[in-house]
Design a protein around this ligand. Structure first.
Ligand SMILES: C[S@@+](CC[C@H](N)C(=O)[O-])C[C@H]1O[C@@H](n2cnc3c(N)ncnc32)[C@H](O)[C@@H]1O
Length: 393
């Protein structure tokens, strides 16, 4: 069937059919990407450079989704997943691909995504930073409990897969699984129980239920081994300049705020964060009058912020990214430097596009100096990226 006949709605023959595909690369979201009669096909659990048989599960105007039926010629990067439940658990989607290739794919995805949204924008692209640990790196997890099963949701389902261990989680946490399972079992609830377990800053493991009233501890960097390098890179890229004000937008509990305050002791340092628990935690750590923390939505804060051309702005938004208003305000303010830390390449690329479009309209030139992907979440398709924008002199 051609793409043309597909547009007219004659999709039935393709849906449910089995097709042979060559997987070219991986996509954001983790699926393998292939082409079939002019259509892009996404196949979860496929690996790059392999031939597969797949069954079509969804036909849309511009793309097709299919499920892997059989690997005909395996990818040179395919491996037996280190975790015994990797094929059923919804937690890790890239365990079947070796770690060198996981990094290579992420490095490529970040570059291609930024370029796609920002044609003609030139920048230095540094090699991806490897995580010190590719297993046993997570210090915060959200297990589930239902029907006497303690574990994680199965892939594409709300059934809970029983787990005794989780190979991407630090052993200090997994050692507590029997205790936590017994604790939640004792509640004798028939409903799904959502839990959170984490290694506290003070050291002991803490756990509890996530409920409508209590949504857990809020954001914290889950790979503390790689987070250290991310902080040092942000500080190094911020450079040896003097800044009047240093803004940390989407500041969490101050992961970057306090290292920035230490590096720039004469600057006014301002953290902005929406989660009251994180703001309270950060405020309890403030020892210096030069550090201020605001409980605010960043967009509302930007409407009243006075950012000058001698300032540094670091922003680390959630996966949805910032917004056009925020990027327009930054373009208009033209601070000395902007460090953008992102956990989603598409929102980063879109925000950069808004930034350059507004810089052009307003005649405030800044350049994308350098970009680097960081492996923060091995065994999954998620990737962290750091980008530096500075005044184009
Ligand atoms: C990716 S985290 C980064 C946190 C911090 N920079 C760190 O490294 O720990 C994003 C943070 O933005 C906060 N957040 C989400 N939406 C926000 C908004 N509209 N305004 C302010 N903060 C927001 C979240 O609560 C979360 O703490």
């Amino acid at each position: 069937m051609s793409a043309k006949s597909n547009k007219r709605g004659a999709q039935a023959p393709l849906l449910g059919s089995k097709i042979k595909l060559n997987i070219e690369k991986l996509a954001i979201g983790g699926a393998g990407v292939a082409r079939h009669e002019g259509m892009v096909v996404f196949v979860p659990q496929a690996a790059p450079n392999e031939e597969i048989l797949a069954e079509v599960t969804l036909v849309k105007k511009n793309f097709v989704e299919a499920k892997l039926v059989e690997v005909l010629k395996p990818s040179p990067f395919r491996r037996e997943p280190p975790c015994p439940v990797a094929n059923v658990c919804g937690g890790c989607n890239w365990q079947h691909i070796n770690e060198d290739e996981q990094r290579r794919q992420k490095e490529k995805l970040v570059l291609e995504t930024i370029q796609k949204f920002n044609r003609g924008v030139e920048f230095e692209y540094l090699p991806i930073k490897e995580s010190p640990r590719s297993l046993r790196y997570r210090n915060r997890i959200q297990p589930k409990f239902k029907n006497n099963h303690f574990g994680f949701f199965a892939r594409n389902s709300h059934d809970v897969v029983e787990i005794e261990d989780c190979l991407i989680t630090e052993e200090t946490l997994t050692a507590k699984f029997p205790e936590v399972k017994a604790w939640v079992q004792a509640k004798k609830s028939k409903d799904l129980q959502r839990l959170e377990m984490y290694i506290s800053e003070e050291g002991p493991v803490r756990y509890g239920l996530i409920t409508d009233e209590d949504d857990g501890i809020g954001f914290s960097q889950i790979n503390r081994f790689q987070n250290e390098d991310l902080i040092q890179t942000a500080l190094a890229w911020a450079g040896e300049e003097n800044y009047d004000q240093v803004f940390d937008l989407y500041a969490g509990a101050g992961n970057f705020t306090f290292p920035l305050a230490q590096k720039y002791p004469t600057s006014q340092v301002i953290g902005v964060e929406l989660n009251p628990k994180l703001v309270e935690k950060a405020k309890s750590k403030i020892q210096d009058k030069k550090v201020k923390y605001f409980l605010s939505d960043v967009e509302s804060y930007m409407r009243r912020a006075s950012i000058g051309n001698q300032d540094l702005v670091l922003l680390d938004p959630p996966r949805a990214g910032a917004s056009e208003l925020i990027m327009r305000t930054l373009a208009a303010a033209k601070p000395k430097k902007i460090i953008y830390i992102s956990c989603h390449p598409v929102s980063l690329a879109r925000d950069l596009n808004w930034f350059f479009a507004w810089s052009q309209k307003l005649g405030t030139r800044m350049k994308l100096a350098r970009v680097q992907a960081f492996e923060m979440f091995p065994q999954t398709d998620h990737v962290e990226t750091i980008a530096e924008l500075r005044v184009d002199s």
